[in-house]
Design a protein around this ligand. Sequence first.
Ligand SMILES: CC(C)(COP(=O)(O)OP(=O)(O)OC[C@H]1O[C@@H](n2cnc3c(N)ncnc32)[C@H](O)[C@@H]1OP(=O)(O)O)[C@@H](O)C(=O)NCCC(=O)NCCS
Length: 126
Amino acid sequence: MVIINDTSKYGEECFICLENGICRLTLSPKCPDVAFLSTLIVDAKHRRKGTGNMLLVAAEKIAVEKGCNALTLESETGWTKDWYARHGFVVVGEGYDENMILMCKPLQNVQKRPKNKIKIATFEKK
Ligand SMILES: CC(C)(COP(=O)(O)OP(=O)(O)OC[C@H]1O[C@@H](n2cnc3c(N)ncnc32)[C@H](O)[C@@H]1OP(=O)(O)O)[C@@H](O)C(=O)NCCC(=O)NCCS
């Protein structure tokens, strides 16, 4: 496995490369709690051999090491959605069209962080 760390104008790009597949992990200092996974692609001739699973596990491991509390991605609504769900991702919102869905997985770091101290004010409508 080769991991290429690069910087973009927004933060850090991490490309995880296996012989037959690649995925991209994006991190931003403006939002250090969350990593965004994208461009998960396995060579069509080498699918269904576990490469996708390995890339997903590697991306999650790196996100944990980077101190992120959550890993997010956009998935198609077909079988990939169920596959991500088996990896612990939950649907958190709609995608940019009806074929896409936003998903998120809380990472183990989330248990280590102090309790959320944000106070939420509620207003009654008159
Ligand atoms: C999605 C993709 C990366 C999966 O890669 P892969 O190496 O074939 O995945 P794996 O062999 O690790 O299989 C992953 C799981 O999905 C299932 N799966 C894989 N291809 C499937 C298919 N065409 N239909 C239904 N299930 C499928 C496997 O059974 C496996 O399930 P498991 O966790 O129970 O073992 C690959 O199909 C791909 O590159 N697709 C095109 C790009 C894409 O759609 N990317 C994801 C964007 S949301």
